[in-house]
Ligand binder design. Structure first.
Ligand SMILES: C[S@@+](CC[C@H](N)C(=O)[O-])C[C@H]1O[C@@H](n2cnc3c(N)ncnc32)[C@H](O)[C@@H]1O
Length: 467
C-alpha cells in the first residue's frame, strides 16, 4: 500500500511572525521561537488546510482583538495543573511561613488574602484554601481567608467554578485532604467541599494587560503565587508582570514562583530567600525570619521584618586557627552535637543554635561541615556576610561541597552581585556534571544531581540572557 504523505499547508512566515508579535503584545505569550507550533495551532483553530484561505483568515485575525477569541486562547495556553503541585512548597508554607503570618492577621483583625495568578482550572487556589482551612482548625484561629484565582482561559475558569475534578487532578494530593474536602460523584469524579469552593473567587484576568489588582474588590495581597506561567512569556513581559505584582504585594507579603523559575537579578523589587530549601521572594528590604516556636504543633514561625542586607565586607583572613592544646581536651560526640544544633535551628531556636554552632566551630575549625552548618544559621537570621564567610571556609576545606556553592550563589543574588552568582552556579554545574542524575546531593534534603542540574542550568540561562 502506498504510504500517505501528510502535507501541511504553509502559512507565510511574515504573517506568522506578525501574529506571534500580536499574541505577545496582547496576551503576553511568546511564540517567537515556536512559530511552527503556532502554525499548527492556527490550522487546528481555523480547521482549514488550504494555504490561501488560511492566509486570508490569519490576516483577519491580525485585525481582531485576541481577547475576543476564547477558542484560540484555549489552544494557545497550556493549562496543566493538579492539586498540591510541588508539595514541598505547601509543606514549607504550613510548617514555617504561614503560622506566624496567619496569627498576625488574627491579631490585627484582618483577612488573609492570596492571589493565584494563572490558576488554570483552580487546583492551585483550592489547594491553598484547603491547606489554610486545615491550619485554621488545628491552630484554632478565627481567621478570614480570601483567595482570588485568575486566568486568561475562560474554559479553565468555568471548570474551576464548577469544582468537579477527575482522578488526574489528584495525582499528588495527600489523602487527608482528599478525604476531608471532596465528595465522590462517581468512580472518576469528585466535587470539592462547598466551604472551600466559596473561599475562592475566580475572575478572568489578563496578566499582560492588567489591571493590577484585578478588580477594586482587591487591594494588596499577603501572598501572590504565579507558578508555571511566566515561563510562557518573554523576558520583557515577565519583568512588566513582576513589577506589577510587586505593586500589589503587601510590604510584608510573600511572592512565590514555580520551583525552576527565578526572576533575573536585574529585577530588583523582589529578593529571594531560602526557607527550608525552598526559594520564596519578598519585597526588597524585607526579611523573613524565625521568631518563635510552637512546640506542640511542631511548627516554626516566621515573621517578616524590614532588615536590609548589610554591605559586603572583605575578610582578609578566613581562618583564625585556635590554639589546639586548649581545644583538644574537649572530647564530644560531634555527630550528636551537630544533629542537636541542626534540630534547634530547624525548630526556630536560632540564637541557641548559633551559640552552639559558633562554639563547635571554634573547637573544630578544620571541619567543613561545621562551617557549613554555621553558615546556614547565619543565613537564616539574615547575617549574609557572616554566612558568606562560613560558606567560603567550607569550600576552602572541601572545594566540591556543592550546597556551599548553592548558598553562595543565592547570597550573591541577594546582594545583587551578578558576577558571583554566575561564578558560583557555573562551578556548581561543572561539578554536578560528574554526578549520576539520580544521586542525591548531601545536605540538600534529598534533591538529586539531575534536579539540581536542571534548576541551576535554567537559572544560568536566564541570568546569561539578562546579562
Ligand atoms: C501551566 S498553567 C499553571 C497553572 C498553575 N499555576 C500551576 O502551576 O499548576 C498556566 C496558566 O497560565 C495561564 N495564562 C497564560 N497566559 C496568561 C495571561 N496573559 N494572563 C493570565 N493567565 C495566563 C494559562 O491559561 C494557564 O492556565
Amino acid at each position: 500500500m502506498r504510504k500517505l504523505q501528510k502535507k501541511w499547508p504553509k502559512i507565510d512566515p511574515q504573517l506568522l511572525e506578525a501574529l506571534s508579535q500580536k499574541i505577545a503584545s496582547e496576551l503576553g505569550l511568546s511564540f517567537s521561537k515556536k512559530l511552527s507550533d503556532l502554525e499548527k495551532i492556527l490550522i487546528k483553530y481555523f480547521n482549514e488546510f488550504k494555504t490561501e484561505k488560511l492566509s486570508v483568515k490569519v490576516k483577519q485575525l491580525l485585525q481582531a482583538n485576541l481577547l475576543q477569541e476564547p477558542n484560540l486562547i484555549n489552544l494557545l495556553t497550556i493549562t496543566e495543573t493538579y492539586f498540591f503541585r510541588n508539595y514541598r512548597l505547601f509543606k514549607a508554607l504550613e510548617q514555617s511561613i504561614l503560622p506566624g503570618m496567619l496569627e498576625q492577621k488574627v491579631k490585627n483583625g484582618e483577612a488573609f488574602t492570596i492571589w493565584s495568578a494563572g490558576c488554570s482550572s483552580g487546583e492551585e487556589p483550592y489547594s491553598f484554601a484547603m491547606l489554610i482551612d486545615d491550619m485554621r482548625e488545628k491552630l484554632n484561629l478565627n481567621l478570614e481567608l480570601r483567595i482570588l484565582g485568575t486566568d486568561l482561559n475562560h474554559q479553565s475558569l468555568a471548570k474551576a467554578r464548577r469544582g468537579v475534578y477527575s482522578n488526574w487532578s489528584f495525582r499528588k494530593i495527600p489523602v487527608k485532604y482528599l478525604e476531608k474536602y471532596f465528595k465522590p460523584l462517581d468512580e472518576r469524579f469528585y466535587k470539592i467541599d462547598e466551604k472551600i469552593r466559596h473561599a475562592v473567587t475566580f475572575q478572568h484576568h489578563n496578566l499582560k494587560q492588567g489591571p493590577y489588582p484585578p478588580s477594586p474588590k482587591w487591594t494588596q495581597f499577603d501572598l501572590i503565587v504565579c507558578r508555571n506561567v511566566l515561563i510562557y512569556f518573554d523576558k520583557e513581559t515577565s519583568f512588566e508582570v513582576l513589577n506589577n505584582f510587586s505593586k500589589v504585594l503587601k510590604d510584608e507579603g510573600i511572592f512565590i514562583l514555580g520551583p525552576a523559575e527565578m526572576p533575573s537579578l536585574y529585577f530588583k523589587q523582589f529578593k529571594p530567600q531560602l526557607i527550608n530549601d525552598l526559594i520564596v521572594y519578598r519585597k526588597n528590604g524585607f526579611v523573613l525570619h524565625k521568631s518563635a516556636t510552637n512546640k506542640s504543633q511542631g511548627m516554626n514561625r516566621l515573621t517578616v521584618t524590614s532588615r536590609k542586607p548589610k554591605k559586603l565586607k572583605i575578610e582578609k583572613r578566613l581562618f583564625q586557627l585556635p590554639n589546639n592544646d586548649k581545644h583538644e581536651s574537649v572530647v564530644e560526640n560531634s555527630v550528636d552535637e551537630k544533629a542537636l544544633i541542626k534540630k534547634l535551628a530547624d525548630q526556630g531556636e536560632l540564637q541557641e543554635a548559633l551559640q552552639l554552632a559558633k562554639r563547635y566551630v571554634e573547637r573544630k575549625p578544620m571541619e567543613e561541615e561545621a562551617h557549613y552548618l554555621l553558615g546556614t544559621i547565619y543565613f537564616e537570621i539574615g547575617e549574609l556576610d557572616k554566612a558568606k564567610t562560613s560558606f567560603e571556609k567550607t569550600l576552602y576545606l572541601k572545594p566540591d561541597f556543592l550546597m556551599a556553592y548553592f548558598h553562595l550563589a543565592n547570597i550573591s543574588s541577594m546582594q545583587s552581585n551578578q558576577n558571583n552568582v554566575l561564578k558560583y552556579f557555573s562551578t556548581m554545574l561543572d561539578l554536578l556534571n560528574h554526578y549520576p542524575a539520580d544521586q542525591s546531593i548531601p545536605f540538600s534534603d534529598g534533591l538529586t544531581a539531575g534536579q539540581f542540574r536542571k534548576l541551576v542550568g535554567d537559572i544560568l540561562e536566564t541570568e546569561k540572557v539578562a546579562g
